[in-house]
Write a protein that binds this ligand. Structure first.
Ligand SMILES: Cc1cc2nc3c(=O)[nH]c(=O)nc-3n(C[C@H](O)[C@H](O)[C@H](O)COP(=O)(O)OP(=O)(O)OC[C@H]3O[C@@H](n4cnc5c(N)ncnc54)[C@H](O)[C@@H]3O)c2cc1C
Ligand SMILES: *[C@@H]1O[C@H](CO)[C@@H](O)[C@H](O)[C@H]1NC(C)=O
Ligand SMILES: *[C@@H]1O[C@H](CO)[C@@H](O)[C@H](O)[C@H]1NC(C)=O
Ligand SMILES: *[C@@H]1O[C@H](CO)[C@@H](O)[C@H](O)[C@H]1NC(C)=O
Ligand SMILES: *[C@@H]1O[C@H](CO)[C@@H](O)[C@H](O)[C@H]1NC(C)=O
Ligand SMILES: *[C@@H]1O[C@H](CO)[C@@H](O)[C@H](O)[C@H]1NC(C)=O
Ligand SMILES: *[C@@H]1O[C@H](CO)[C@@H](O)[C@H](O)[C@H]1NC(C)=O
Ligand SMILES: *[C@@H]1O[C@H](CO)[C@@H](O)[C@H](O)[C@H]1NC(C)=O
Ligand SMILES: *[C@@H]1O[C@H](CO)[C@@H](O)[C@H](O)[C@H]1NC(C)=O
Ligand SMILES: *[C@@H]1O[C@H](CO)[C@@H](O)[C@H](O)[C@H]1NC(C)=O
Length: 636
């Protein structure tokens, strides 16, 4: 109730803030779009797909490129543009756009046995810019060892950290402001500024920056990390992600807005690029020619009517981790048994489609803070402050409304366990836990890699500090909340259609927390977070632990984790890049096995979960895919 009142109030304040818009709106004329002869068709206008579009259009100006997006461009919409609206989010209710079908596909999982049979909300952006238009804007990379592991699933195609680094840099424009953060001395800072250009991009379309507003509990929290031996990571984008950091976010500091449609704005004026919004693709049209299947175009719905669009060279699916596997199955690419049951003609029997889902599961903790510590709760508690910050945002584009949370740490198992316990854990994983049943070939390969990443000290747990009350915030009280998430789970889930109705949601089953390792890892992280909060200096700011209730045993904490766990919205792997014989869906060129000209380029192709927020990696994958697509079709 209170959250609704507050969001109305904030929305009213923000509604006064409109500025001149820069990018024109895309077309929704399906008939005109359908009449064109495209060379390339791209399905889903997520931010990364727009990359490909732009690169192809630049490299092959004589080619016509069409992109279809089910949602619309939410231009000049403060609920999308203004970072601070997310300071009101709560993990189970989400940001102001989450669950709202104007912006979100609003998927849910099947009841999850490991999460006390709860149905877990699975938001996915439905708009130009995709999920980057409703995500939390964290802009992070995984560690070097993880990208190097990526490469092991498709050797010889250049997926190591070294190979991906130019693409990771190409997409970003990092704002090099000073980094006043505990543990970052001026010497360390100047060293990071020197090494910065090696790792940070400076000309890409995504503006990346550090928050300008910091709550009063941020620095003490970082210092308590340091007191427990977790050091501040000065340059967490250099391939070593461990430690506590000042989080980078995709926010343009000149405007104070979310940065997510840069590629669109760059591409929209070009004569060989054609955008169509409000168009939901329902099928990829395929024909069998010899041993390979060729994609000739797509079928789509616009305002209730069915249309087709033709592609002479390639079709690229970037409909996201939920909809790309759905579209493959609707088009006859998937497990033939499932397709047969639904009466769909099998074009390619590819049982890996929709399998291998991996997700980060988070547990939440919350403390009440002592009076006088300023957090995001202040905009809920103090109308004068709210008004003052709104004016600040309008005039200077900074302050609370231009900011999100800043203190994030990535911790290896070695933070919680001694060397022999870590070794025992790594060994058990390699062998396969009994509750996981017989392992697939892909799982065997993954668990062997996961085991070695554990021994190498690659982070397994993320701890995110959120300076606000999320559970039941009381008036005039400030809170510190913390999310503790397992980054490299063993659980494997799936996304499959259960109907030929293309507008019905697919069935998402994560099998979350279906094994002891996943539960124990969150438990270790949760206990470490409790220890952090009782370690000075942050302990001086804390008045009381609210959730979980104090004094629980390990068994009770596990019930708490199962009862309150939520997802990080970093689902990956549902059209994995891996050998076909291992259950892969795409090869090292991201081409769907058995097809001549159909690729998947989105989070679905990542074969093994990364200990990071996913968007930066996916943008880099898109940049790499663009070079592969242009190289594969030299004449265009
Ligand atoms: C709530 C939330 C919070 C997140 N927080 C972060 C964060 O802070 N930092 C981070 O790095 N990552 C975050 N992520 C993840 C990140 O946003 C995604 O990994 C990234 O956007 C890529 O997702 P995707 O590949 O699933 O594609 P999406 O970005 O979801 O894009 C898919 C696009 O395809 C369109 N589409 C789907 N089906 C069809 C169809 N049939 N026809 C036409 N168009 C279609 C969709 O509307 C959408 O525009 C978050 C994600 C969510 C949902
Ligand atoms: C920033 O966001 C506001 C609110 O949606 C919008 O009016 C403004 O045009 C945006 N600025 C730019 C440069 O896009
Ligand atoms: C969903 O978003 C639209 C557009 O911003 C808004 O008008 C509507 O009130 C929202 N619905 C809910 C339930 O919040
Ligand atoms: C945002 O990125 C664009 C494109 O790289 C750049 O022109 C602009 O200056 C950047 N803004 C800031 C504040 O760095
Ligand atoms: C409310 O915010 C205003 C403006 O920042 C500040 O001057 C005032 O002290 C705050 N009130 C309380 C009770 O904290
Ligand atoms: C390591 O930790 C385990 C489990 O916590 C404990 O049983 C064991 O005694 C410890 N070993 C050493 C060498 O400290
Ligand atoms: C919150 O504090 C302010 C200032 O001290 C006071 O005026 C207001 O009544 C308080 N509100 C509630 C709900 O306690
Ligand atoms: C397809 O599914 C959608 C969404 O669930 C539903 O509204 C629609 O009625 C269904 N169409 C048919 C033909 O069953
Ligand atoms: C598909 O699964 C959903 C549950 O995820 C269920 O509600 C729906 O009835 C199923 N549809 C069909 C056609 O089986
Ligand atoms: C699990 O769910 C059941 C049914 O909704 C509920 O009664 C129970 O309290 C939940 N368990 C916990 C630990 O919250």
């Amino acid at each position: 109730m209170q959250a609704i009142l507050l969001s109305t109030l904030v929305a009213a304040v923000l509604a006064q803030l409109g500025n001149a818009a820069e990018c024109p709106l895309p077309s929704s004329d399906a008939k005109a779009f359908s009449a064109k002869n495209f060379d390339y068709i791209i399905v889903g206008a997520n931010a990364l797909l727009l990359t490909i579009l732009l690169r192809i259009a630049e490299a092959q100006p004589h080619c016509q490129v069409g992109v279809l997006e089910a949602g619309v461009f939410h231009r000049d919409d403060p609920l999308v543009d203004t970072p601070g609206e997310l300071s009101l989010f709560s993990t189970r209710n989400g940001g102001l756009t989450w669950g709202n079908r104007t912006y979100d596909w609003a998927y849910v999982t099947t009841p999850q046995a490991g999460l006390n049979n709860t149905v877990i909300a699975t938001p996915r952006g439905k708009m130009l810019g995709g999920s980057s238009g409703l995500n939390l804007m964290a802009w992070t990379r995984a560690s070097q060892a993880e990208y190097d592991a990526f490469d092991k699933f498709a050797p010889g195609h250049g997926w190591t950290f070294k190979d991906l680094l130019p693409f990771l840099k190409k997409v970003e424009n990092v704002d090099k402001q000073s980094n006043p953060f505990p543990g970052i001395s001026s010497a360390a800072l100047s060293n990071a500024v020197q090494t910065g250009p090696l790792f940070a991009g400076s000309a890409g379309p995504v503006n990346v920056s550090l928050n300008t507003f910091m709550s009063g509990d941020v620095f003490p929290w970082v210092q308590s990390h340091n007191a427990l031996g977790v050091s501040t990571n000065v340059d967490p984008e250099d391939g070593n992600t461990a430690g506590v950091r000042n989080l980078q976010v995709a926010v343009n500091r000149a405007t104070g807005n979310r940065s997510y449609v840069g590629y669109y704005c760059e591409s929209v004026g070009r004569s060989n690029i054609h955008h169509l919004v409000g168009a939901q693709v329902t099928k990829v049209n395929l024909v069998k020619k010899g041993s390979l299947v060729t994609a000739t175009g797509v079928q789509f719905l616009s305002a209730g009517k069915t249309f087709t669009a033709k592609a002479a060279i390639e079709v690229v699916l970037s409909a996201g981790v939920v909809n790309s596997p759905q579209l493959l199955e609707l088009s006859g690419i998937g497990n033939s048994k499932l397709l047969k049951k639904l009466g769909i003609q099998t074009m390619i029997d590819l049982p890996g489609v929709g399998e291998n889902l991996q997700e980060h599961i988070y547990s939440i903790l919350e403390w009440q803070l002592k009076p006088g510590i300023q957090t995001f709760d202040e905009i809920r508690n103090n109308a004068t402050f709210l008004q003052q910050q709104a004016v600040q945002y309008q005039k200077h584009h900074d302050g609370v409304f231009a900011s999100t949370d800043s203190a994030v740490s990535y911790l290896p198992l070695q933070t919680f366990l001694n060397a022999s316990a870590v070794a025992a854990q790594a060994k058990a994983i390699k062998k396969g836990l009994p509750e996981l049943g017989p392992l697939t070939k892909l799982q065997k390969k993954q668990y062997s890699i996961q085991s070695s990443l554990i021994l190498q000290g690659v982070p397994q747990v993320e701890v995110i500090q959120l300076s606000k009350g999320l559970i039941v915030p009381q008036p005039n009280v400030s809170y510190m909340s913390v999310l503790v998430g397992h980054q490299k789970p063993l659980a494997r889930g799936s996304i499959h259609i259960n109907t030929t109705n293309a507008t019905a949601p697919p069935v998402i089953n994560g099998n979350y927390l279906n094994n002891d390792f996943d539960v124990q890892t969150i438990l270790q992280g949760l206990k470490f977070a409790l220890k952090l909060a009782s370690t000075p200096p942050v302990s001086h700011s804390v008045a009381a632990l609210i959730s979980p209730p104090p004094g629980l045993t390990d068994a009770q904490l596990i019930s708490y984790i199962r009862a309150t766990g939520s997802t990080g919205s970093h689902i990956m792997g549902t059209a994995a890049m891996a050998a076909k014989s291992d259950g892969g869906v795409v090869n090292g060129q991201l081409k769907v096995y058995g097809t001549k000209n159909l690729r998947v380029v989105d989070t679905s192709v990542i074969p093994l979960q990364l200990a990071t927020h996913s968007q930066h990696t996916v943008f880099a994958i898109a940049e790499k895919a663009a070079t592969m697509i242009v190289a594969a079709n030299p004449a265009g």
